[in-house]
Write a protein that binds this ligand. Structure first.
Ligand code: FES
Length: 156
């Protein structure tokens, strides 16, 4: 991993504000910012891990846990919030037995909250990978997640 990290750092050498671009590149390559990657970055950039975490945690785009095979996103933007988005989030969290920002033990699903998916007319909205599920209910959540599980993680 260290040599890959070195290569990425080289790409942004001498560029102002390069840390964000470096973190984006690392996440693009590995899918998330692992503690090993942060530690390698700190060593190479000669800054503390805390400094890197301080920057990275400021931006919601960065993930610190390995993403699951399927990314579940529950919208908690205004329209979805008003139409029960929080209840949907609770149902998903119960069903997957994780909190948002986490990945299931079997690495099948990871769960995120998002601010708006741009399809407010369909609120409340849940997205699994690239599939949008609108006017979602708790019953629908269970069926959808079961479908992904039953089919080896693939939607029918
Ligand atoms: S607020 Fe949920 S899609 Fe816009």
């Amino acid at each position: 991993m260290k040599s890959e990290i070195k290569k990425i750092i080289k790409l942004f050498k001498d560029k102002k504000g390069a840390l964000i671009s470096i973190l984006q590149e690392v996440q693009k390559k590995y899918g998330y910012l692992s503690s090993e990657a942060i530690s390698a970055l700190a060593e190479e950039l000669k800054i503390s891990e805390n400094e890197i975490y301080g920057v990275a945690t400021f931006y919601t785009q960065f993930k610190f846990t390995k993403p699951g095979n399927h990314q579940v996103k529950v919208c908690l933007g205004t329209a979805c919030h008003v139409r029960g988005g929080h209840g949907i989030m609770e149902t998903v969290e119960r069903q997957l037995n994780i909190k948002h920002g986490e990945t299931t033990k079997d690495s099948q699903f990871s769960l995120e909250r998002v601010a708006c998916m741009g399809c407010c007319a369909l609120a409340p909205v849940m997205v699994v990978d690239n599939d949008i599920f609108g006017k979602i209910t708790s019953t629908k959540v269970k069926n959808i997640l079961n479908d992904y599980n039953r089919n080896g993680g693939k939607k029918q």
